[in-house]
Design a protein around this ligand. Structure first.
Ligand code: ACO
Length: 323
């Protein structure tokens, strides 16, 4: 059977780093409050010349270099983002153009913080369905552009960045010993819209809008939703949480990450954490964390890896793969 195997990873972060102390004077907050409630110490914030397309392009180029591949070998680009350069065309097509690629096809996918998990699941289906051989799956965001910088309950939580992976069709045996994506589980429930949304859009206000979040309400649902999809992916994959080598969660809040790992019985030493340096980069958070753990040698060929995310919608999902 065909499996979607990860061939390369890449990242891009804006030049400017904003530390918690830099918020003092912007809103009424403190480094101590932010660290204690979220685990965030700093985040990268895009300058005017840095966009979702430019960061996505840089992450894609880094992933191509990491895989030792040329863009001519890619036939699909799926970009997960909620902060596109324009309402249309899709920013994925802009990235395709920036990469000098005029063959194949590219599209955006929007599932907020779960975007990368949705995008990698989608690319896997295109590959296993025979419509693509090699896919660039990118998560790229510039959430700083949709933040209300007077609202201390949200503006301290988010950052900008991009991460990318290259998936390639390879033949597997159909067992858990195969490399590549082994199981996925996606969920959504629109009844939670008001807890996390952007208060503008092309069809309603005609504006871009600002992010609004009832953080406490999101927190209340996060751990149970995350553990449900993770357990579902593990059940489909036929492995136990104890057999995981690495857990790469969405990086929204260290307390949510710790509580989810605890509930799932995952050893904290196997949890990849970047939220302290990136904040919540929405669809970019999982590939940024993944690429860091690959880059520093923690994730190695053959390792069993579990990705998960939960975000606006609500949307949530998990992906089990062997590296
Ligand atoms: N600095 C100082 N005080 C603050 C700040 C701040 N930046 N923000 C809020 N406070 C205050 C509040 O006003 C409140 O004060 P009060 O008690 O006088 O009313 C107090 O701190 C406690 O506020 P809570 O909201 O109860 O704090 P909590 O411990 O829940 O932490 C947080 C807030 C960090 C937002 C947390 O709820 C959280 O992480 N929620 C989940 C967010 C998330 O996971 N999102 C994922 C998806 S994101 C996406 O899809 C785009």
């Amino acid at each position: 059977m065909i499996r979607s195997v990860v061939r390369g990873v890449g990242t891009a972060l804006p030049r400017r780093v904003m530390k918690n102390a830099d918020f003092e004077g912007v809103v009424e907050t403190s480094d101590e409050w932010i660290v204690q409630r979220t685990g965030i110490r700093e985040r990268h914030i895009a300058s005017d010349d840095e966009t979702t397309a430019s960061l996505g392009e840089a992450a894609a180029r880094a992933a191509l270099a990491n895989a030792g591949m040329d863009v001519a070998e890619i036939d699909l680009i799926v970009l997960a983002t909620s902060t596109p350069n324009n309402t249309f065309p899709a920013t994925a097509v802009e990235i395709q153009n920036r990469l000098g690629m005029t063959h194949g096809f590219a599209f955006d996918l929007q599932a907020v913080c779960s975007g990368f998990v949705y995008a990698i699941t989608t690319a896997d289906l295109y590959i296993r369905g025979g419509l693509a051989k090699r896919a660039l799956v990118i998560g790229s965001e510039t959430f700083s552009r949709i933040l209300d910088w007077t609202d201390r309950t949200t503006c301290v939580l988010f950052g900008d960045g991009a991460g990318a992976v290259i998936l390639e069709a390879q033949t597997g045996e159909g067992t858990t010993a195969d490399r590549g994506i082994l199981a996925t589980s996606l969920r959504s429930d629109g009844s939670h819209k008001e807890k996390l949304y952007v208060d503008g859009g092309p069809s309603t206000t005609g504006t871009v809008g600002h992010l609004r979040m009832e953080g406490r309400e999101v927190f209340k649902h996060a751990v149970s939703m995350i553990t449900d999809v993770v357990e579902d992916a593990l059940r489909i994959g036929g492995i136990s949480a104890g057999q995981l080598d690495w857990f790469v969660p969405h990086q929204a809040n260290k307390r949510i990450i710790d509580a989810s790992a605890r509930k799932l019985g995952i050893d904290p030493a196997k949890v990849v954490v970047t939220v302290d340096r990136h904040g919540n980069t929405s669809a970019a958070s999982v590939p940024l964390a993944l690429a860091e753990a690959v880059g520093d040698g923690r994730i190695k060929a053959g390792d069993m890896v579990l990705l998960e995310a939960m975000g606006g919608g609500f949307t949530w999902g998990a992906v089990l793969l062997r590296w």
